[in-house]
Structures are given as structure tokens and as C-alpha cells.
Design a protein around this ligand. Structure first.
Ligand SMILES: [Ca+2]
Length: 239
């Protein structure tokens, strides 16, 4: 239930990022107490670490306090947990809270940094989509340490589908996901060609004005984002 309405005003920058003033409702955690499932459950010392503990509203990072989900799959095991949002949403971000005594693990294929114990980690979803989604899955990669542990997961939807930020990564180019290349008259034309549901990001080369449209609905490998002089990589987030 949304308790109140918040107002925010954001500046509009023409050159690099696109933001508009808008009104949005206070963020609602869509995950709270929703149905869950997991590949396995770790149980020991009187604690049954079911996936429901991932959405019980308690962020306590102390595993033995009994509010953290943990799988019993070892390294290279399935190590997943699923959340049913019970409706369809344009998921904008997910926040995961790590336990305080577990090593590092990636949150998903898009997460680039080491996990900090007891901290929250926000994972921004690729938002240039025109479909809404109901299920959220967190999974450890096959080269992980096993025993996926999440003390709490919160999920938030976009409040204004028309307010987007195109984030630029200067001197980077995503390779291996191009489905089209055009020669636009400017960068804005390239951006407008990256249509929701068809295009997830684009590369732009300033000197020759080359626009490469990318499709990677299920994410992209970080190793495919290459350091390339003269190119910029743009990906969209909701404002
Ligand atoms: Ca919890």
C-alpha cells in the first residue's frame, strides 16, 4: 500500500542525459512477504533458512538471528531463489542485503562490484522494456562459492515510465549484441532509434557518427563491455 505521495524535481540536461521534472509515489517494496521458492534450503543448528526469510521485512545481517535465506547447494550448484510479485510490474531496481559473516558474491550477471558485509546493494535493472514482469530470480553464477545467502531482497517498480536517464560510459563499446548499425545525423537520432522492447542499449562513435543498436534483454557479460577509444556506450535507467 502506498502511504503518501512524494514530489521531486530534476534538472533537464540536453546534451548527455535526459531527465524531466515529474511526480512519483513513495517507493513501495513490492517483494515484502510475497511467495518465494528456491533450489534448496540450508538447515542447521535449529535454523531453517527458507526463501521466505529473504522477503520477511527484516534486514538483520546476522545469519543466526534467523532472517536470512541460504541455499544448501555447493559450488556450481543451482543456487537460485525465486520471488513471485503476484502481479506484473515494470521492475526498476532490486536491493539485496548481505549477511555479515559471509564472503563476497555477485548479485547477478549485471552486478560489477564486490559485496560488502552487512551492506545493501542496489541492482538497477535494464529498463528499456515495454513488458512488465512478475517473477524475480536471484542466482549465483556457476563459478560462485555456493551456499547463496540473501538476508533481504526488496524490489521497486518504476513510477514514471517516461522519465529515463541514458547513462554514458565514455570510451566503452559493448560488443557481441549488435543487431543494427545506422549513420544518424546526431546522437539524439541514435537514441530515438533504440526502441523499448527492441533495443536495450546503444554504442555511439562521435567522429564518424556511427550508431550501433544492442539487444540483450537477459543482460550482458561485463567482459563484452570493452574499453574502446572514441566510442561511448549508453544504457537506460528509469529516473
Ligand atoms: Ca530477512
Amino acid at each position: 500500500m502506498i502511504n503518501k505521495t512524494c514530489f521531486i524535481r530534476i534538472l533537464f540536461y540536453l546534451n548527455e542525459i535526459f531527465l524531466i521534472s515529474f511526480k512519483y509515489a513513495c517507493a513501495q517494496n513490492l517483494a515484502l512477504n510475497k511467495p518465494t521458492a528456491s533450489s534448496s534450503v540450508y538447515a542447521s543448528e535449529g535454523i531453517y533458512s527458507g526463501p521466505n526469510l529473504m522477503v520477511d521485512g527484516d534486514r538483520d545481517p546476522e545469519y543466526f538471528a534467523g532472517h536470512c535465506f541460504m541455499s544448501s547447494d555447493g559450488p556450481a550448484g543451482p543456487n537460485w531463489a525465486l520471488l513471485d510479485l503476484a502481479d506484473y510490474y515494470f521492475v526498476d531496481s532490486a536491493i539485496l542485503f548481505a549477511r555479515n559473516d559471509k564472503g563476497t558474491y555477485p548479485l547477478c550477471g549485471q552486478y560489477r562490484y564486490p559485496i560488502v558485509a552487512s551492506a545493501k546493494h542496489t541492482l538497477k535493472c535494464n529498463a528499456n522494456i515495454k513488458l512488465s514482469y512478475r517473477y524475480v530470480i536471484v542466482q549465483q553464477p556457476t563459478n560462485g562459492d555456493g551456499y547463496l545467502t540473501v538476508c533481504e531482497m526488496e524490489v521497486y517498480s518504476a513510477k514514471n515510465l517516461n522519465s529515463k536517464i541514458w547513462k554514458r560510459h565514455s570510451n566503452y563499446q559493448l560488443v557481441g549484441y549488435n543487431f543494427g548499425e545506422i549513420k544518424p545525423s546526431n546522437k539524439l537520432e541514435c537514441l530515438l532509434k533504440c526502441l523499448p522492447g527492441e533495443c536495450d542499449s546503444f554504442n555511439f562513435q562521435v567522429v564518424e557518427e556511427i550508431c550501433q543498436l544492442n539487444n540483450h534483454l537477459n543482460g550482458y557479460e561485463q567482459s563484452d563491455l570493452r574499453n574502446t577509444s572514441g566510442w561511448s556506450f549508453y544504457e537506460v535507467h528509469f529516473a
